[in-house]
Design a protein around this ligand. Structure first.
Ligand code: BTN
Length: 265
């Protein structure tokens, strides 16, 4: 916890927007909920980062609970106010996922990839998840919240049985304890760079890198969409359209991000 407090006392000097203000909390229900509420009341400006040591009600995609044992994870949310439509939400998710993978590739030399749409994986094992939300669009307090949960020092034995064969952490991958402060600082820098591109409307660049870093392209996956399961080979990924599968009958079909869940991957 002390290491995280250093972020509050010494916010990053090498970013333009991300981490202009850093708030460290011992315990909160969800950093995403907290960041949204603060922004809604005009108490958190763009670039404010909220980090909690412990989350009691952390949330993942489609309202799933987000597992994180106390002290082992980086649990953070960033307030963003780009001048883009709420429909651009997948680009905000991509900014988070690309920043996570770039931090882990650059600072730890690990082959981190994005598993569409919001996971970061190493050798197919998930070590981080991104949950971006568009809040109060068209109303006062409109913003995006970019939430990231990253398994830093989680031990293999700490994962619940249902995740033990599908999850990993930086400690498991590097074989050593990792400083959450340094991961956070690396992440602030990379989010700052990708968010800068988003603000400049450079969506093509974001999409291109998403394709480059995709762990799924060329693989056969099963997904759920509209209450039905579909299996096919991933042939493309796009911010606006979602994921494109080549179906067994050789036809190709897009499945949009907001209503698609990956099952077997
Ligand atoms: C997922 O994989 O479904 C996304 C998980 C996102 C979890 C993070 S932890 C910090 C922030 N606060 C939350 O309640 N969720 C995100």
């Amino acid at each position: 916890m002390k290491e995280l407090s250093a972020l509050e006392k010494h916010p990053p000097a090498d970013t333009e927007i991300i981490g202009r203000r850093v708030i460290i909390l011992d315990r909160i229900d969800s950093t995403n909920a907290c960041a949204s509420e603060m922004a809604g009341r005009g108490r958190a400006d763009e670039g404010t980062v909220i980090i909690a040591d412990v989350q009691t009600g952390g949330r993942g995609r489609f309202g799933h609970a987000w597992f994180a044992p106390p002290g082992g994870s980086l649990l953070m949310s960033v307030v963003l106010t780009p001048e883009i439509a709420a429909e651009r939400l997948p680009a905000v998710t991509a900014v988070g996922a690309l920043a996570v993978t770039e931090t882990v590739r650059g600072d730890f030399g690990l082959d981190a990839l994005v598993r569409w749409p919001n996971d970061a994986v190493i050798n197919g094992l998930k070590f981080a998840g991104v949950l971006a939300r568009a809040e109060r669009f068209g109303r006062p307090g409109q913003c995006f919240i970019l939430g990231i949960g990253l398994n830093v020092n989680v031990e293999r034995s700490q994962f619940p049985p249902e995740f033990s064969s599908s999850a990993t952490s930086l400690k498991i991958e590097t074989g050593a304890d990792v400083s959450r402060e340094s991961v956070a600082r690396g992440l602030f820098r990379r989010i700052d760079v990708w968010y800068g591109r988003l603000r400049e409307g450079r969506f093509d660049e974001i999409e291109r890198m998403l394709r480059t870093r995709s762990s799924l392209t060329g693989r056969t996956v099963t997904l759920e969409h509209g209450g039905e399961r579909h299996t096919g080979k991933v042939i493309d990924i796009s911010l606006a359209e979602g994921i494109r599968l080549e179906m067994p009958d050789r036809t190709a079909r897009w499945f949009p991000e907001s209503v698609t869940t990956l099952l077997a991957k």
